[in-house]
Design a protein around this ligand. Structure first.
Ligand code: GLN
Length: 549
């Protein structure tokens, strides 16, 4: 069958944080469930060329793709909802677009003419959108434009979308994800902010085809009709999207309002196929089962900006935990612990005794590090299951070196460059980048293969010899200490194919039920229908502890 080649732009009205990323992922999902080829693309309107140089408390999680691109967490949602691995082609920022236009200008690729913000910037954005669509041979390309309508920053991308629409009106649809507040004193849902957002969108030359109405509660018919009149669309094109417990319910709810059929009508695609969300629905059912809870401590340092950012900083870790927990029919209960509290005596590490497992996710710098090391010592000595991700593995090795190997003061040179025992050290090729202050996209990034050692926890969990996982780090296990660490009882169960880089460290089962750290980030490859082997094994053992206790 010939390719359909349609574009769906998703924009946000009223305010940020209303779930545009989940809406975009869910729209892509329901079209995929109709048997079409679908891809998704995120546009971030900031100047940063990628998300890699931003602090997690500012930006949330940096999601790393197979090809090493450091992107926005929405890319993680796309991968999880669609069960695909995306590439840098699917991610764009203002910085990236300008960088390319300037490069072309310097290379005389504009034939000596004056290069202008309009149309040259939107044209480059369009070229990238079409490239992503062609690369995936997509029937439908969902393009999420970051930010909120009315912002200066994303105007240039709205202009790109408008240009695409005016060229081929029936190939482009606009969906505005809006928010309807219910002020507590008034007690009813208000449509006015959405009306204003719709007009602001009109002033950019764009008419929404569909409005997704987010809010605390479902939208009633009366308000649907009100929005329809004031925003120039049919009442059926207003989709109610109330708050729900699980984001994975969203595609199912959209289909209850027949969103995919409405979209096909807008884009003049004859509806031929039925939506098949069977596997997805089975997964969603599991998210609601599970009577037993598994109590997990997440120990980290990015907990200072108020609770609301927590889930954003470690979103892929949290989702990975959930997928594996659902697999074993248990409910994860997460407690976030700021490791600084162990340092300043606000909390005693013995409080960790009540948990079934502990995770230390990735991180950078010296803040809270001693608290994390103390916590690791406690869970190692008390046989509480431990999963360390990237920094979480490096710190576990430091703890092991200090307290088992007896290397007092062992450290990573990231924190202490003068330590007598630099068990974690900067990778040789990173030194040059640091000396020249080249921080952008210079870490060891993206998918790299590793070979697993037979008879280990990792090998058993994966059920295969060779794996490929995503990385994002500058430091590594110092080769000088590998033999000593092994002699003291640590197993390197995953190593790079050339044997040089230590990718997984673990303690044998005879010493500890589950004590394992990975230099890579397994969380980036955990999917709802394919929970990650390392998280599976961690959760399995942690939930056993619960039973025993
Ligand atoms: N800071 C450590 C490094 O650069 C770990 C990075 C991480 O946890 N992503 O190697």
């Amino acid at each position: 069958m010939a390719r359909i080649k349609k574009y769906i732009f998703v924009v946000g009205g009223v305010m940020s944080g209303v779930g545009k990323g989940i809406a975009s992922s869910s729209i892509a999902k329901i079209l995929l469930a109709k048997g079409y080829t679908v891809t998704a693309l995120k546009i971030d309107p900031y100047i940063n060329v990628d998300a890699g140089t931003m602090s997690p408390t500012v930006h949330g999680e940096v999601f790393v793709l197979d090809d090493g691109d450091e992107t926005d967490q929405d890319m993680g949602n796309y991968e999880r909802f669609l069960d695909v691995s995306l590439t840098r082609i699917n991610y764009m920022t203002t910085g990236r677009v300008y960088q390319e236009v300037i490069r072309k200008e310097r290379n005389l690729e504009y034939d000596g003419r004056c290069v202008e913000v309009v149309p040259d910037i939107p044209l480059e954005a369009i070229r990238r959108i079409e490239r992503a669509a062609d690369n995936a041979r997509a029937d439908f390309t969902v393009v999420e434009i970051g930010g909120t309508i009315g912002e200066y920053q994303n105007l240039i991308f709205l202009e790109a979308a408008r240009m695409m629409k005016s060229k081929n009106p029936s190939d482009v649809a606009f969906i505005m994800v809006s928010y309807l507040p219910t002020p507590s004193k008034i007690g009813e849902m208000k449509t006015k902010p959405t009306q204003y957002a719709s007009r602001t969108l009109n002033s950019a030359g764009i008419q929404a085809d569909i409005i997704i109405a987010r809010g605390d509660t479902p939208l009633d018919r009366k308000r649907k009709e009100k929005i329809a009149i004031f925003c120039n669309i049919g009442a059926d094109q207003v989709i109610s999207a109330p708050d729900i417990d699980s984001i994975y319910d969203v595609p199912i709810n959209f289909e209850k309002d027949r969103l995919s059929d409405i979209l096909l009508k807008v884009l003049r695609v004859p509806p031929k196929r039925k939506t098949n969300l069977t596997a997805w629905k089975n997964f969603v059912k599991k998210t609601k089962n599970g009577k037993r809870t598994v109590n997990l401590a997440v120990v980290g340092k990015y907990f200072d900006s108020g609770d609301f950012v927590l889930s954003d900083v470690y979103i892929s870790v949290l989702e990975a935990i959930k997928f594996s927990s659902y697999k074993f029919g248990v409910r994860p209960k997460l407690t976030y612990i700021n490791s600084k509290d162990f340092e300043r005596g606000k909390l005693k590490v013995s409080m960790l005794a009540k948990f079934d497992g502990m995770i230390i996710p990735g991180g950078f710098g010296n803040t809270g590090v001693e608290g994390m090391i103390k916590a690791i010592q406690y869970v190692r000595e008390h046989k509480i299951p431990y999963l360390g991700l990237c920094y979480g593995m490096q710190l576990a090795i430091i703890e092991f070196a200090r307290n088992v190997l007896g290397a007092k003061g062992a450290h990573t040179t990231e924190v202490n460059s003068h330590t007598k025992y630099p068990v974690i050290d900067i990778m040789p090729d990173q030194k040059k980048h640091m000396a020249e202050s080249r921080y952008g996209a210079t870490m060891r990034l993206g998918a790299c293969p590793a070979i697993l050692k037979s008879g280990t926890i990792a090998r058993k969990a994966y059920g295969q010899n060779r794996i490929s996982e995503r990385h994002r780090h500058r430091y590594e296990v110092n080769p000088r200490f590998i033999a000593k660490l092994k002699e003291a009882g640590l197993t390197f169960s995953g190593v790079s194919p050339d044997g040089q880089l230590m990718e997984i460290a673990e303690l044998p089962k005879s010493k500890h039920p589950f004590f394992l750290g990975s230099q890579f980030h397994p969380e980036f490859k955990a999917r709802p229908l394919k929970p990650h082997p390392l998280f599976n094994e961690f959760i399995r053992v942690a939930s056993l502890k619960k039973k025993a206790g």
